[in-house]
Ligand binder design. Structure first.
Ligand code: TRP
Length: 321
């Protein structure tokens, strides 16, 4: 069973991406799994090409520094030809209404002028990512579940109409509560594309920046830490982060600290130690562009080769040559 997932270089990778997704991909990864930087998905709204390119390189380095085997990673645009071709085939399998119904499309296009057509067809490219590689399981957050379901519907329809080519994928969701919230606004999830960065801990932040952000995290008027997500969301977020970094339980950890200040110090140190190897590994790889390039080319060649027979069978079955 192949697991596959992607991360879009819409910003620098933050603590929530690390704890909620990447760290898990590295720990649970099977020998067949594939993880990639979905830079083509970063072109669907206004973007800066040079920034996109450098964020994609940074994210590739970070996937490797996080412990995912270099043979298991690639950058999406390195196989743009294969994916573009398969996206077209899948677009010929997808109805306009199906694409327009996607919640993320509706949210992102609402009230916007000049919405790119690619924002509408983005889930079809995502289906191509998944189906080209024959992935059976797709670890994603709740917000991407509907897109994986579309990929599944398209695979089923194509297989039923033209012939059996595609593996049926299914979404694998993280356990509930495993979502890091913004430190400045604990009602929102931490996001790499947040406009205001004071509440976002980036994996490449220096230890001092991390300390500062965590000390300033919004909590409540209480004095002793208590784990109560409903009534004290900021405190609960800090306890969840500490639990994720140290392996304890948030409600038990709460009892170990006499004050909010003491807890914040402990959270900061735990986060710094959790991120240190990833930050150092990423910086080292980025300082060695020849090595990064070698890994990148090898990953692209493998990903293209792995999907080649599915792409040519699908094209042939739908009436091409
Ligand atoms: N769209 C996903 C996100 O924004 C990233 C992604 C792109 C992806 N292609 C994928 C995830 C294929 C899983 C499978 O988070």
């Amino acid at each position: 069973m192949i697991r596959l997932s992607g991360i879009t270089p819409s910003g620098h990778i933050q603590l929530g991406n690390h704890l909620g997704a990447i760290r898990r991909w590295a720990a649970e990864g099977g020998p067949e799994d594939l993880y990639f930087v979905s830079d083509m998905h970063g072109m669907t709204t206004t973007h800066n090409p040079a920034r996109l390119r450098s964020l994609a390189a940074e994210q590739l380095a970070m996937l490797i520094a996080s412990g995912i085997a270099p043979e298991r990673v690639f950058v999406q645009s390195d196989i743009a030809r294969e994916l573009g071709a398969l996206t077209w085939i899948l677009e010929c399998t997808c109805s306009y209404g199906e694409a327009a119904r996607m919640i993320q499309f509706k949210e992102k296009s609402k009230g916007q002028a000049g919405v790119r057509l690619s924002l509408l067809t983005y889930p079809v490219l995502m289906a191509a990512d998944i189906l080209l590689q024959g992935a059976g399981e797709v670890p994603v957050g709740e917000d991407q579940r509907q897109h994986v379901e579309l990929a599944r519907a398209l695979a089923k329809r194509f297989n039923g109409t033209y012939g059996d080519v595609f593996t049926m994928p299914k979404a694998v969701l993280p356990p509930s509560g495993a979502r890091v919230k913004d430190l400045a606004d604990p009602t929102r999830k931490m996001s790499k594309s947040a406009r205001d960065e004071v509440g976002v801990v980036f994996v490449l932040d220096e230890p001092d920046q991390i300390r500062r952000k965590i000390r300033r995290a919004v909590t409540d008027g209480g004095t002793r830490p208590v784990f109560s997500p409903e009534t004290r969301p900021g405190m609960a977020n800090l306890l969840e982060i500490l639990a994720a970094c140290t392996g304890g339980k948030p409600e038990v950890l709460a009892e170990h600290f006499p004050s909010y200040g003491a807890l914040k110090e402990a959270v900061a140190e735990a986060v710094i130690e959790e991120l240190r190897p990833v930050r150092e590994g990423t910086v080292a790889l980025l300082a060695d562009p020849a090595e990064l390039d070698r890994v990148r080319k090898a990953g692209a060649a493998r990903a293209a080769e792995r999907g080649e027979h599915r792409l040519s069978s699908a094209l042939r079955l739908i009436g091409g040559n």
